[in-house]
Design a protein around this ligand. Structure first.
Ligand code: COA
Length: 338
């Protein structure tokens, strides 16, 4: 008979966020600029969405370039050399190419030669889906660290003649480094993911895939751009994010009062306000930067986390609630003890 303990469920290690980074392209596109492109107004966009301006990547500047720039900052803050990175997961719906994954290009840009790299496609929930996958990969001991990134070049997939969508989106990237939590302080406490594929039609890019290739006959229809049923998406977003937030808070053994800062997906200020109100969280505990960047999909929560971190809003022991919602439909939440 062996002396070794009976095989039981593996002991899971706690995992912490050890560094964050973000990158926004230089070019600013204001609501006033958009007034000259489509029939809209600064007043309509600002009151209906809260967005005042967004960033647009330069022509040759790709999702992987922005992702790598955000990643470099996160790695530097975490004190992790690129060659020591073991896992790279990029959340994106605007990959440089259909294949290989944008994460492969990011690996190349960083010189993270010893890492495994792949993408997750979960739209605006992509960064939190990546967080969940990476957290468990480290918790089980399969990997010792992970670089998670949300990055988008949405400007390449927006129909710039459609005022219903073109005013909403922007480009950018955010990143975080995950490490095992050594001293008990600073760890991801809980998370929750969800998907409702029955609502896939509400928000999608209908063309450009195998279902609807772009051909000479349909090229004028701009099918490889974002299409959205805004009002329906709005309702689902409020309900799903509220529920996701409540589940993650409960799983963490906390109540809403214990949350020091909510970092929500940055799509629409009215959605954020509605969730905060339903959760009973005052505006002083909600991080908002969509006025500057618009909706950067998978990058939004990652950029917001980095801005909150670098602006000194996060203190050791604080409880953060991250919550996102996007095409799929997908939703995700996490509670982090900073
Ligand atoms: N400028 C001026 N008018 C505009 C406009 C624009 N940029 N975009 C739409 N409109 C018009 C519409 O054509 C409509 O006109 P009509 O009443 O004559 O038909 C009117 O404004 C109201 O449109 P509606 O869709 O009801 O507006 P809304 O208050 O629902 O706001 C969104 C539209 C898109 C801002 C809002 O529905 C939204 O934010 N939805 C969720 C989007 C989202 O978060 N997507 C990403 C999820 S991750």
């Amino acid at each position: 008979m062996s002396d070794s303990p009976a095989a039981g469920p593996p002991t899971l290690r706690a995992v912490r966020v050890a560094g964050t980074g973000s990158y926004l392209p230089e070019k600013v596109l204001t609501n006033h600029d958009l007034e000259r492109m489509v029939e809209t107004s600064d007043e309509w966009i600002a009151t209906r969405t809260g967005i005042r301006e967004r960033r647009v990547a330069a022509e040759g500047e790709l999702t992987s370039h922005m992702a790598a720039k955000a990643a470099e900052k996160a790695l530097e803050q975490a004190g992790l050399a690129p060659e020591d990175v073991q896992l790279i997961i990029v959340g994106t719906i605007t990959p440089d190419t259909i294949t290989p994954a944008t994460a492969c290009y990011v690996q190349q840009h960083l010189g993270a030669t010893r890492s495994v790299a792949f993408d997750v496609s979960a739209a605006c929930s992509g960064f939190l889906y990546a967080l969940e996958l990476a957290r468990h990969s480290i918790a089980t001991g399969a990997f010792q660290n992970a670089l998670i990134i949300g990055a988008e070049k949405l400007s390449a997939f927006v129909n710039w003649t459609d005022r219903n969508t073109c005013v909403l989106f922007g480009d950018g990237a955010g990143a975080a480094v995950l490490l095992p939590s050594e001293n008990g302080h600073g760890k991801v406490l809980s998370s929750h993911l969800g998907t409702d594929g029955a609502q896939a039609e509400l928000l999608n890019i209908p063309g450009g895939g195998a279902a609807c290739p772009i051909t000479i006959d349909n090229v004028d229809q701009k099918l490889a751009t974002l299409a959205m049923q805004g009002r329906e998406v709005f309702k689902h977003a409020v309900n799903a994010m509220r529920r996701a937030a409540e589940v993650a808070i409960e799983k963490a053994g906390l109540t809403t009062d214990d949350i020091n800062l909510v970092i929500p997906h940055q799509a629409n200020l009215r959605i954020i306000d509605a969730i905060a109100e339903r959760l009973g969280v005052g505006k002083d505990r909600v991080f908002v930067n969509l006025d500057k960047y618009g909706n950067t999909s998978a990058a939004a929560v990652a950029i917001a986390l980095d801005e909150a971190n670098r602006s000194g809003r996060l203190h050791s022991g604080d409880h953060l609630l991250l919550v996102a919602f996007g095409a799929g439909l997908t939703w995700a939440s996490a509670v982090i003890e900073w």
